[in-house]
Design a protein around this ligand. Structure first.
Ligand SMILES: *[C@@H]1O[C@H](CO)[C@@H](O)[C@H](O)[C@H]1NC(C)=O
Ligand SMILES: *[C@@H]1O[C@H](CO)[C@@H](O)[C@H](O)[C@H]1NC(C)=O
Ligand SMILES: *[C@@H]1O[C@H](CO)[C@@H](O)[C@H](O)[C@H]1NC(C)=O
Ligand SMILES: *[C@@H]1O[C@H](CO)[C@@H](O)[C@H](O)[C@H]1NC(C)=O
Length: 355
């Protein structure tokens, strides 16, 4: 995906006519209590300024057991929240009506933004006073003024977050954290279902289970593609932590339908971070769909494999290249993961990760 740096300018675009109702509105706003995280429709962020930056630890002592998990999740959430906040500031009701979409589309997008701002606050509160709460970086989503690119990315970002939450649950130590992660995944799912119905006009259902990917930090790492290099607050921990920094994958769009049964040619999109395949080693493309995992031989000469014919064409298929069938450990993954959207089937726009 090519990201243009000009987009960042629009982050500063805050229309003064749509200011928040009060001068310091988010100050004591509590997720689950405040309408700011439900149906506040303003262009300005619902977050009080004190929550839009790094919050240092206020106590000395050992971090609590899920602090690292929520630091990772908060850094991911800053990306998702900022994506919606940029859209709310850039677009208007008329922009979506022009596409023939319901006149409620923009309002829904502001509500998604409100929910994501609530997630920021929830994750900040889940990090104990013994640990720093990471602040936002600057991001480039490459959407410019394009409502169409925004809507395509919206599906992609929601299904990605649904997928990494299935893996993050495995890292949680405290029961409350595990339940909170499921509760957040349910909300991201609602966001996805809304766009499947109202925007894409396809079935909202995705078969009996959404896709599990076991190594959440690998998906989080792929979201670094949206982060402007060097833009994160200096105090922020490495994101994600720990970070494997695996070669990122895309796929050649003209090599595949992207559907089950189709051949696919993977492309390693960062020239400075390429996999090195050993001649004596066998490699596998491991495909994840629902709770199913299917490994297919991967040809490291032309980087091709075949998407398993057995899968249904709902939701997403995730692919990773591994040096063992079914990628039994995090370290067995040598490139990826790549998230392939199956639903909606054809985005009218450039599909994220297709080159
Ligand atoms: C959306 O359209 C409906 C019916 O067509 C109308 O009643 C409603 O006022 C419109 N809402 C907005 C925000 O324009
Ligand atoms: C977006 O639209 C605004 C206002 O119409 C315009 O000034 C700006 O140049 C546009 N930016 C891009 C990237 O198209
Ligand atoms: C497919 O696209 C790649 C670039 O991504 C190009 O090098 C190649 O020639 C194309 N193949 C065909 C059959 O069009
Ligand atoms: C396959 O990927 C490897 C590793 O980056 C690269 O060296 C090779 O050129 C790729 N093959 C093709 C046909 O693109």
């Amino acid at each position: 995906m090519h990201l243009s740096t000009s987009i960042i300018a629009s982050l500063a675009l805050i229309l003064p006519s749509l200011a928040l109702p009060a001068s310091n509105p988010g100050k004591d706003a509590v997720p689950g209590e405040s309408p700011l995280f439900v149906n506040y429709g303003g262009k300005k962020t619902p977050l009080n300024p004190e929550y839009t930056r790094v919050i240092p630890a206020t106590k000395h002592g050992a971090p609590q057991s899920d602090d690292l998990l929520f630091q990772n999740l908060l850094s991911a959430e800053w990306i998702i929240y900022s994506f919606y906040q940029e859209a709310v500031e850039t677009f208007s009701t008329a922009d979506f009506v022009k596409l023939g979409l319901p006149n409620s589309t923009y309002q829904r997008i502001t509500e998604l933004r409100d929910n994501e701002a609530g997630h920021v606050r929830i994750f900040q509160d889940q990090i104990s006073d013994y640990s720093l709460k990471p602040g936002p970086c600057r991001y480039d989503f490459g959407m410019g003024n394009s409502t169409e690119i925004f809507l395509a990315l919206q599906v992609y970002i929601e299904v990605s977050s649904m997928a990494f939450l299935t893996g993050l649950v495995r890292e949680a130590k405290i029961d409350m954290s595990k339940s909170a992660l499921v509760a957040i995944a349910e909300v991201e799912t609602r966001h996805n279902v809304w766009s499947l119905i109202d925007v894409w006009n396809v079935s909202p259902f995705s078969g009996p289970a959404d896709t599990i990917y076991p190594y959440a930090n690998q998906i989080l790492d792929s979201t670094n593609a949206f982060v402007l290099p060097g833009s994160c607050p200096a105090q922020n921990p490495v994101y994600p932590s720990p970070r494997q920094n695996l070669p990122q994958m895309a796929f050649s769009k003209n090599s595949t339908t992207g559907r089950p049964g189709s051949k696919i040619q993977f492309v390693f999109s960062d020239a400075t971070n390429q996999p090195s395949f050993e001649r004596s080693q066998k490699y596998y493309a491991v495909f994840y769909h629902g709770v199913d995992v299917i490994s297919v031989p991967f040809n490291p000469v032309d980087n091709t494999s075949t998407i398993p014919r057995q899968f249904d064409s709902t939701s997403i298929i995730i692919a990773a290249i591994a040096d063992q069938p079914d990628a039994p450990t995090e370290d067995s993954v040598v490139a990826g993961p790549l998230i392939m959207l199956e639903q909606p089937g054809t985005l009218t726009l450039k599909e994220p990760n297709a080159v």
